[in-house]
Design a protein around this ligand. Structure first.
Ligand SMILES: NC(=O)c1ccc[n+]([C@@H]2O[C@H](COP(=O)([O-])OP(=O)(O)OC[C@H]3O[C@@H](n4cnc5c(N)ncnc54)[C@H](OP(=O)(O)O)[C@@H]3O)[C@@H](O)[C@H]2O)c1
Length: 266
């Protein structure tokens, strides 16, 4: 697909993967709608995009609030008629065991990571269906395939995102609209600045930079695949897990549980 003059809406565009994705699409001449809660940070990104001579539009919106998403989509659709690419990227995690997290902590991750995506799709899909074109890219994680100690509720939100996307992909067959999930391993962004990660070692040596993930998102926006795992070699581990769960689950579980126990002791 030629991305020039396409309208791309990115949630969570004020930082990390979302910001890098905005830059990569702007380089190709796409018009960018930047969505997040922190307006000052969104405006900084919009300023960075000026050099690419594309239209940028900043929208302050908390995607976990369905009324705010409805209002944001109304404003966007009044200005642009329809969007070509919807990137559901806003998300966060709270680290901790299920017994130590509050119900509010668990709900809040589901509200942003899963329902935030649902609200955006529900508000933008009708105009895509009318136009018979468009692509939805949902940013999940390898945590959509592995239930891990310390991030069980985050994993649940990403499993839910992957399941929803798979079901919706079948429903969208022959409509002209595509949907692809991008599932990266650890990425060096502000994601780990949340206070719950304080006692965790900062970034594993195999972590990715946000630009690598942004490039995978561009690929996803023009892909017929359900899921793109970044890096692709990790797909082997997902296959191993689903084929030999009795072998791989205890190994992964033990190593993540050890880390969880360490953070409790410190
Ligand atoms: N970093 C990783 O290791 C990693 C790995 C796999 C998948 N991911 C996924 O990648 C996505 C992007 O994360 P990142 O690593 O780029 O982290 P990040 O740098 O912390 O960026 C997260 C973005 O989401 C926005 N956001 C959070 N809650 C929001 C809400 N309720 N409404 C609107 N925007 C919201 C934040 O902006 P405001 O605070 O301004 O709202 C920010 O722009 C997330 O979905 C995350 O789950 C990350």
């Amino acid at each position: 697909m030629n991305f020039k003059n396409k309208v791309v809406l990115i949630t969570g565009a004020s930082s990390g993967i979302g910001r890098e994705t905005a830059i990569e699409f702007a380089k190709l001449g796409s018009n960018i709608i930047l969505v997040a809660r922190k307006i000052d940070k969104l405006e900084q990104v919009a300023n960075e995009l000026k050099k690419f001579n594309v239209t940028t539009f900043v929208c302050q919106c908390d995607v976990s609030k369905k009324e705010q998403v409805k209002e944001m989509s109304k404003i966007v659709l009044e200005k642009f008629d329809s969007i070509d690419i919807l990137i559901n990227n806003a998300g966060f995690a709270i680290y901790g065991s299920v017994s130590s997290l509050s119900i509010d902590d668990i709900e809040s991750q589901m509200e942003t990571n899963y329902f935030g995506m649902v609200y955006c799709i529900k508000n933008f899909l009708p105009s895509m269906l009318t136009k018979k074109s468009g692509h939805i890219v949902n940013i999940a994680s390898v945590a959509a395939s592995f239930g891990l100690p310390g991030i069980a509720s985050y994993c649940a939100s990403k499993f839910a995102m992957l399941g929803f996307s798979e079901g919706l992909k079948h429903e969208l067959k022959n409509t002209g609209i595509g949907i692809t999930v991008v599932s990266p391993i650890m990425v060096r962004t502000n994601f780990f600045d949340h206070s719950s990660f304080e006692k965790m070692p900062k970034y594993s040596p195999i972590s990715l930079d946000a630009k690598t993930v942004a490039k995978a998102i561009l690929k996803a926006a023009n892909s017929s695949r359900l899921e793109i795992v970044v890096p692709s070699v990790v797909r082997g581990a997902i296959w191993m897990k689903s084929t030999f769960p009795f072998f791989i689950n205890p190994i992964l579980g033990k190593s993540f549980k050890k880390q969880l126990d360490c953070t409790k002791q410190n």
